[in-house]
Ligand binder design. Structure first.
Ligand SMILES: [Zn+2]
Length: 225
């Protein structure tokens, strides 16, 4: 089962990706994780990407394509791809790769939340300045406001999580995704589900669909053997 997962900031797509990984034994290909790794390891590409990110610019497609498709080459099948593709150029690179390697996508899953929900979820996040523990003022508040339960240090809001920045991220995301969504809708694999409500509620909207695809692919494999 090969899945693309989409969703605006705060959609919970990473949480649900992890549930799918556990349930179906898939590989997780996250463009964000790959990029953060390169930067943390200070590779040549990592240093180059850091320059773009520190200016608030997007990383060029050519760089992202090399990194993500490099990872896909090692995984091959049974993956969830998170954060990719995000542009027409990335779709083209991915589609070419899949075609050349005889790999097909089964599902492009879009976990949709409106802008106000995105802002509420993200701008309520607080991070411990010392140990990195994550809280939410409404959904997961610390026992003492502004203080970490674990180490007592001050909780801070990341610059990226401020409401006006989240609103901007949401708009950029929506604009970039609209042609991509159109493309996968034409392919007949696009499914949009509502991402509001609790994590378990959202998961119960996803699970019947992914169970169905997983079972179908398992049967297909049996027939091929
Ligand atoms: Zn702490």
């Amino acid at each position: 089962m090969n899945v693309l997962i989409f969703g605006p900031p705060g959609s919970g797509k990473t949480t649900h990706s992890k549930r799918m990984l556990e349930k179906y034994g898939l590989f997780y290909i996250s463009s964000g994780d790959i990029i953060r790794n390169e930067i943390a390891n200070q590779t040549e590409l990592g240093k180059e990407m850091n320059k773009f990110l520190s200016k608030g610019d997007l990383i060029p497609d050519s760089v992202v394509n090399v990194l993500v498709l490099g990872k896909l080459r090692r995984v091959r099948n049974d993956f969830i791809m998170d954060g990719y593709p995000r542009s027409a150029e990335q779709v083209l690179a991915l589609e070419n790769y899949l075609y050349d390697h005889g790999i097909k996508l089964d599902l492009a899953l879009d976990i949709f939340i409106p802008k106000n929900v995105s802002i509420e979820r993200i701008s309520g996040r607080r991070i411990c300045s010392k140990c990195g523990a994550v809280y939410h003022v409404k959904y997961n508040p610390p026992k003492t406001p502004g203080r970490c339960d674990i180490c007592g240090a001050e909780l801070i809001q990341r610059e990226d999580d401020k409401p006006q920045i989240v609103a901007k991220r949401y708009d950029i995301y929506s604009k970039n995704m609209s042609p991509i969504i159109k493309f996968y809708r034409k392919q007949g694999i696009y499914v949009k589900i509502k991402g509001d409500g609790g994590v378990d509620d959202v998961w119960e909207r996803i699970r019947p669909l992914t169970d169905f695809i997983h079972n179908r692919e398992e049967k297909r494999k049996e027939h091929e053997l």
